[in-house]
Design a protein. Structure first.
Length: 211
């Protein structure tokens, strides 16, 4: 979506739903994800923003009150990502998540009358304030870091420009389990496309090969 409301993918160098790929020059890609903790009646939200050099420019992990609808949890995570973009003045952004239904609604020009409708409108309204905004869909294996941040979230919230060692260690452990699980073929992908990636942290906390 551009300022005129048009969907745009030109800033994505080599978009693939199976692997995380960096955005184009001057673009910030924000991966987001949500998690649900029924035992504590809370939800977790994780967002990581990276530039064209794969460097992490900001990340956020926070818990909120319980919401029993997964799509609404994902929508809250997407809205948190747009909030970050507005907060830091990023004018060209890509929002990338792994909820197909949410991505479809964000790219639709039809009004949404579902329980997620108000959040969808909020996200679109916020996105209209930037110069360019794209909503992309990826597989969970290409959204590992955001997923991990949602899982390790705390009530008070954590955020920063680079990962503290404790967060990095937890994130690598969860990401490795996701990678191993993703190697198993599913009914939709019998080829076993996903591979275990190098989980070393790049310079400046970039997580260059950790999706």
């Amino acid at each position: 979506m551009s300022a005129g409301g048009h969907y745009d993918t030109s800033q994505n160098r080599s978009y693939s739903p199976f692997r995380w790929s960096p955005p184009g020059d001057g673009v910030i890609k924000l991966n987001y994800d949500g998690a649900m903790f029924s035992s504590s009646l809370e939800i977790g939200i994780g967002v990581i923003a990276r530039d064209s050099a794969r460097a992490c420019v900001w990340w956020k992990s926070i818990r909120k009150r319980w919401i029993p609808k997964p799509e609404m949890v994902e929508a809250l995570a997407a809205r948190e990502a747009v909030f970050l973009a507005r907060r830091f003045g990023w004018r060209r952004i890509v929002l990338e998540g792994d909820c197909a239904n949410l991505r479809r609604k964000l790219n639709s020009h039809q009004p949404d009358c579902s329980t997620t409708g108000a959040l969808i409108r909020d996200i679109k309204c916020l996105a209209s304030e930037v110069d360019i905004c794209s909503f992309l869909l990826v597989r969970r294996a290409a959204n590992k870091v955001a997923h991990c941040l949602a899982r390790i979230s705390t009530g008070s919230g954590l955020e920063g420009p680079c990962f503290p060692p404790s967060v990095g260690k937890l994130t690598r452990g969860i990401a490795l389990r996701i990678s191993l699980a993703a190697m198993k073929p599913t009914p939709k992908d019998q080829s076993g496309t996903f591979q275990v990636e190098d989980l070393e942290i790049g310079h400046r906390g970039s997580y260059g090969d950790l999706h």
